[in-house]
Design a protein around this ligand. Structure first.
Ligand SMILES: [Zn+2]
Length: 59
């Protein structure tokens, strides 16, 4: 599943739509803000509806 570029302010304010089920995932669903030090834009979230891992580039 591809990683989308999402402006930080946008997803923090509006949430981000899970690519699998369409549920809005929000800051409360963040699993890791920076799982890989060499990839500082990567953000991992867990969808509360389908349980899928959601990856975004917050830019
Ligand atoms: Zn989902």
């Amino acid at each position: 599943m591809g990683r989308q570029n999402v402006p930080r302010d946008q997803w923090l304010e509006l949430g981000y739509e899970c690519p699998r089920c369409g549920e809005q995932v929000t800051e409360a669903d963040v699993y890791s803000w920076r799982p890989m030090p060499e990839d500082p834009k990567l953000l991992l979230l867990w969808c509360p509806n389908c349980g899928d891992r959601v990856e975004i580039n917050h830019i």
